[in-house]
Design a protein around this ligand. Structure first.
Ligand SMILES: CC(C)(COP(=O)(O)OP(=O)(O)OC[C@H]1O[C@@H](n2cnc3c(N)ncnc32)[C@H](O)[C@@H]1OP(=O)(O)O)[C@@H](O)C(=O)NCCC(=O)NCCS
Length: 246
C-alpha cells in the first residue's frame, strides 16, 4: 500500500506506505525531509551500515561537518522511517563547494560548475534492501530540485564494485563518463546527466566490459563511449555496458 502525500513543500512528510522487511514482516514506513535535528540519527545509521560493508571502498563516510552543511539548507535530504527509526536516507547537494565539485574532473568552466548538483549520500539498512529504496529517494530528490533549483547537471561518483548503486544511477539516466582514482586512491566512476541536452548513444552496438578491467574501460571512455547500464554474468561478476556517443 502506498499513499503519496500531495507535496506542496509545506509538509515534511512526502510518502507513507507499507514495506516488507528482510524477515518477511510488513511494516508501515514514512518518507520525510531530514533536518539538522536528524544529524545524530544519520551518523548512527551511517556508522552501522559502513562498518558492515564487507568491502570498505564501496562507500565513503560523510563527516559530521559535511552532513551539517547539507542539512543546513545547502541541499535536500530524505529519510525513510520504520517504527520511528531512520532506516534509509539520501542527500542531494545543490550548493556544491568548489573543492568537492565532481565536474572539475571533466574540466567544466566556472559557470558550468555553478550549474552542478550532486548526490552525496545513500544509505539503506540491510533490513530494507532490495526495494529500490535508494532509487525512490533519489527520484523524489531530483523532482524536488527540478522545481526549486533547476540545476543543469546532476553528478555522482560510484565504486565499480557497487552493483545496486550503479544500477540506481544508470536507471536514473546518468552515464558513466570517467574512471579515476578518488577518496583513499579508490577507483571511482564519475557519472552525470545533463538535463538540458540528452547525449544520444548508439545502443545497437554495445560493448560489455568486466567492472575491474580498468584499462579497457578507460580506453572506451577516452574514445567517445559512455557506460549506461550493467548486468551480472553467470559467475556473478559485474559487467558494465558501454555504447558510443552518436
Ligand atoms: C547501495 C544501497 C543504498 C542500495 O540499497 P537498495 O536501494 O535497497 O538497493 P536496490 O533495491 O536497488 O537493490 C538492487 C539490487 O542489488 C541488490 N543489493 C542491494 N544492496 C546490496 C548490497 N549491499 N550488496 C549486494 N547486493 C545488494 C538487491 O538485492 C537488488 O538485486 P536484484 O536487482 O537482483 O533484485 C545499499 O546497498 C547500501 O546502503 N549500501 C551501503 C552504502 C552504499 O554503498 N551507499 C552508496 C554509496 S554511493
Amino acid at each position: 500500500m502506498l499513499i503519496k502525500i500531495d507535496s506542496d513543500f509545506s509538509t515534511d512528510v512526502i510518502e507513507r506506505g507499507t514495506i516488507t522487511l528482510i524477515n518477511g514482516i510488513e511494516k508501515p514506513y514514512v518518507i520525510r525531509l531530514l533536518n539538522t535535528d536528524d544529524l545524530t540519527d544519520i551518523m548512527i545509521l551511517q556508522d552501522s551500515i559502513l562498518k558492515n560493508l564487507g568491502l570498505s571502498e564501496l562507500a565513503v563516510a560523510l563527516t559530521n561537518d559535511e552532513l551539517s552543511f547539507i542539512l543546513d539548507g545547502n541541499g535536500d535530504s530524505l529519510g525513510t522511517f520504520i517504527s520511528g527509526e531512520l532506516r534509509a536516507c539520501c542527500s542531494l547537494l545543490w550548493n556544491v563547494p568548489d573543492n568537492i565539485n565532481m565536474a572539475k574532473e571533466l574540466g567544466f568552466d566556472a559557470y558550468s560548475l555553478s550549474q552542478v548538483e550532486q548526490f552525496e549520500m545513500a544509505l539503506v539498512h540491510s533490513d530494507l534492501r532490495g526495494h529500490k529504496m535508494q532509487q525512490k529517494l533519489a527520484t523524489i530528490l531530483i523532482e524536488r530540485s527540478k522545481i526549486t533549483h533547476q540545476k543543469r547537471y546532476l553528478f555522482t561518483t560510484v565504486s565499480p564494485h557497487n552493483f545496486p548503486s550503479i544500477q540506481t544511477i544508470t536507471s536514473l539516466g546518468l552515464n558513466i563518463v570517467k574512471l579515476t582514482k578518488m577518496y583513499n586512491n579508490w577507483n571511482r566512476y564519475i557519472a552525470y546527466k545533463d538535463f538540458s541536452y540528452e547525449q544520444l548513444l548508439d545502443k545497437s552496438q554495445v560493448v560489455e566490459v568486466l567492472n575491474t578491467d580498468y584499462t579497457k574501460q578507460k580506453h572506451l571512455l577516452e574514445n567517445g563511449y559512455r557506460g549506461f547500464s550493467l548486468k551480472k554474468d553467470k559467475n556473478n561478476n559485474i559487467i558494465i555496458l558501454f555504447s558510443k556517443i552518436i
